[in-house]
Design a protein around this ligand. Structure first.
Ligand code: DAK
Length: 258
């Protein structure tokens, strides 16, 4: 792969968008390689994923403007579909995904981070949707996920006026969970990933699905979704071990994903 770095650690993996010269902008090849990387994940070994950008300046500075500038309507739609499919795949992975936002997260970069479960940011991170200033709408889910993440009013300001949000403000509006000096960002993301990876994978997977699916429906349907996924955890080896360890006042054995 030319533009994706993949590193597997104990229980989690790090995917780095590696196109530093173009501030990690997403062209078709980056999207295709990201897609292939997600398809190749081995969930028996990888229980949490971190997505970050190469270098210390940019997470992802958006979709590739050079590539997009000459697209026809049909090609633009196809490019949008490709990006949306990859981002939806990321969002729906059966493991949590942490975005370690190490600088610019603009346009498709902001949208990529919004497809992740949790966003952590470096002090130099900047979030924004510059698309209306380029003559287009956000095309990778930004009009939908940003409003769901931070509320409609602030999202509309960012979308209509292309107002950018720095790291501390991003934390204040709930767009990111925490802000770190750049050198501490990845270690913090890895610490969180390891903590998630140590919990029971079936329970974590079902919890992610309950939150994500429940947010799309009315509260009664959402509670029914939760009940089903809660019930689904029982009779698993990890549920038995987790509860037995509590009752026997001992540490649980490592969870086995079964
Ligand atoms: N695309 C391509 N190249 C980019 C880029 C981008 N988005 N962002 C930066 N680069 C490249 C620059 O062209 C430059 O390349 P060279 O000239 O060195 O070859 C290199 O990265 C360094 O950038 P700068 O020289 O500009 O660096 P500065 O520090 O001066 O500025 C910046 C950093 C992030 C403020 C600036 O680069 C910038 O404003 N970049 C563009 C940010 C942006 O507007 N991003 C949003 C892109 S639009 C859709 C599908 C998808 C989308 C929309 C619709 N449908 C099909 C409906 C998505 C849209 C977007 O994401």
């Amino acid at each position: 792969m030319d533009f994706i770095l993949y590193e597997q650690k104990n229980g989690y993996a790090i995917v780095t968008i590696n196109r530093e010269k173009a501030l990690n902008a997403l062209n078709s090849q980056v999207l295709e390689e990201l897609d292939a990387t997600l398809d190749a994940l081995d969930f028996s070994a990888v229980r949490c994923l971190i997505v970050t950008g190469a270098g210390q300046k940019s997470f992802v500075a958006g979709a590739d403007i050079g590539e997009m500038s000459t697209l026809t309507k049909a090609e633009g739609e196809a490019f949008g579909k490709k990006g949306n499919a990859v981002f939806r795949k990321l969002e729906s992975l059966p493991i949590p995904v942490i975005a370690a936002v190490n600088g610019f997260a603009l346009g498709g970069g902001c949208e990529l981070s919004l497809s992740c479960d949790i966003r952590l940011a470096s002090e130099n991170a900047r979030f924004g949707q510059p698309e209306t200033g380029l003559g287009i709408t956000p095309g990778f889910g930004g009009t939908q996920r940003l409003a769901r993440a931070i509320g409609v009013g602030k999202a509309k300001e960012m979308l209509y006026a292309c107002t950018q949000v720095k790291a501390e403000e991003a934390k204040a509006i709930g767009l990111v969970n925490a802000v770190y000096p750049i050198d501490e960002l990845l270690p913090a993301a890895e610490k969180l990933a390891a903590k998630i990876a140590a919990n029971a994978p079936i329970a974590v997977r079902n919890t992610k699905k309950a939150v994500n699916d429940g947010l799309q429906v009315d509260i009664d349907s959402a509670i029914a979704i939760e009940a089903k996924l809660f019930g689904d955890c029982f009779e698993s080896a990890d549920q038995k071990e987790g509860m037995a360890a509590f009752l026997e006042r001992r540490e649980h054995a490592p969870f086995e994903n079964k």
